[in-house]
Design a protein around this ligand. Structure first.
Ligand SMILES: Cc1cc2nc3c(=O)[nH]c(=O)nc-3n(C[C@H](O)[C@H](O)[C@H](O)COP(=O)(O)O)c2cc1C
Length: 380
């Protein structure tokens, strides 16, 4: 086994992460929105999916290798974009980008995380994807897209599920809402997590590296919140997507799709792939779990656009369930961040190895030889 046997599940990593990082950082990572209904529904409804094994069928071996946008990846899952990663564990976007490169799986860099497009590209030899929060100003949009193209990002991901910031009571209580504030309670939590504190001091206070060139110097936290509010306009529409499609020569993916209407719009606007996602239950607490719209969307539109999925995936069997339900590829946000928050520089490698081992076991159990065969094992 290539992973640390003390942590044989994502839940073990979550428990360890909770002990290692300050409460405000853990709650930012772990929480959903409002009452966390959608957060839990994502995993619980995904786990209602059941798969059928064929034990007596001739088995020629199972392979996790999966093709997406003409690239063969070593597993059918990738690392979803997560903002403020350096807050949860210093250097975590670099740790995850490197691990993703070594395991040949996709890593998506968020606009609002703590490493730059250029650094992510360097660590992955130009394989990192980039997720763009839509800037208010065209000049800023064009500049960021140009940087992503120059860094040879193969895939640009735009988001449709953030017309407003999610309503997240824990982050509001902890002062992590916009504008953010560091209060005495948070400072005391840092003292309770000395390893995190020392590593953070060693690496320096995390910064929004993608946005640094555009930010006025010396902003205090309140001004930073205002800058973010003014810099991004969340609601996506045809007028905003069209110029991006014209400008971006690589593959373009729309993330946050949860309806047939948005899928049809994506196809009409020339988008290459969608990630059926509800942002890990962080935006619309009254929404569906992603596995529900996934099945209909992939059946109706899977031959016109690449259909991927995220939200609620926490294990190899979960990846198998999502793929059997129609996803061509899956992504995870929290699972990898729990891994790196728990195990630091070994967290990326450990989490990917664990998920690969679990998924391989599921495939062999089912007698599923290729990842495209998962739907044949779905019990309807
Ligand atoms: C702490 C946190 C921050 C996130 N930040 C971003 C972001 O900056 N951009 C983005 O597209 N999605 C963001 N997401 C959503 C993830 O990309 C992904 O959709 C989600 O984590 C999937 O659900 P899962 O965590 O259950 O795997 C974030 C998710 C979490 C948990």
């Amino acid at each position: 086994m290539k992973f640390d046997t003390r942590y044989p599940s994502i839940d073990d990593l979550r428990t360890k992460a909770q002990k290692k990082i300050p409460k405000f950082a853990f709650e930012y990572l772990d929480g959903g929105c409002n009452e966390d209904v959608n957060l839990h529904r994502n995993t619980s409804e995904l786990r209602e999916v059941q798969l059928k094994p064929n034990y007596l069928r001739k088995h020629h071996g199972s392979s996790l290798k999966t093709k997406l946008f003409g690239v063969e990846y070593d597993a059918p899952f990738g690392i979803a974009p997560v903002g403020l990663q350096g807050l949860m564990w210093p250097n975590s976007p670099e740790i995850l980008a490197k691990a993703a490169f070594e395991h040949n799986i996709p890593f998506i860099l968020s606009t609002v995380t703590t490493t730059s497009i250029e650094r992510a590209s360097e660590l992955t030899e130009g394989k990192a994807w980039f997720q763009l929060y839509h800037p208010t100003e065209n000049r800023l949009r064009d500049d960021i897209i140009k940087r992503a193209a120059e860094a040879e990002c193969p895939v640009l991901v735009i988001l449709c599920d953030v017309p407003t910031f999610g309503f997240r009571p824990r982050d509001i209580r902890n002062g992590l809402a916009m504008p953010p504030k560091m209060n005495l309670k948070n400072i005391l939590q840092v003292f309770g997590r000395p390893h995190w504190g020392i590593e953070t001091l060693k690496h320096g206070i995390p910064n929004f590296e993608v946005l640094k060139p555009y930010m006025p110097k010396g902003l205090d936290l309140k001004q930073l919140g205002k800058f973010m509010d003014q810099t991004f306009s969340g609601r996506l529409n045809e007028e905003k997507i069209k110029p991006i499609r014209d400008m971006w020569k690589g593959k373009l993916v729309l993330k946050g799709v949860a309806s047939e209407y948005d899928t049809e719009e994506a196809i009409r606007l020339g988008i290459d792939g969608i990630i059926v996602s509800n942002h890990g239950g962080r935006q619309l607490d009254a929404g569906q779990s992603t596995v529900k719209p996934l099945a209909t969307i992939s059946e109706k539109y899977g031959n016109q656009i690449e259909v991927m999925m995220d939200s609620g995936v926490r294990s190899g069997p979960d990846v198998a369930r999502a793929m059997a339900s129609g996803a061509k590829f899956t992504f995870m946000g929290r699972s990898f961040m729990y891994g790196v928050s728990a195990l630091g520089k070994n967290g990326g490698n450990h989490t990917i190895s664990l998920l690969k081992t679990e998924l391989q076991q599921v495939m062999e159990q089912l007698c599923c030889e290729k990842t495209t065969d998962f739907p044949n094992h779905l019990i309807k």
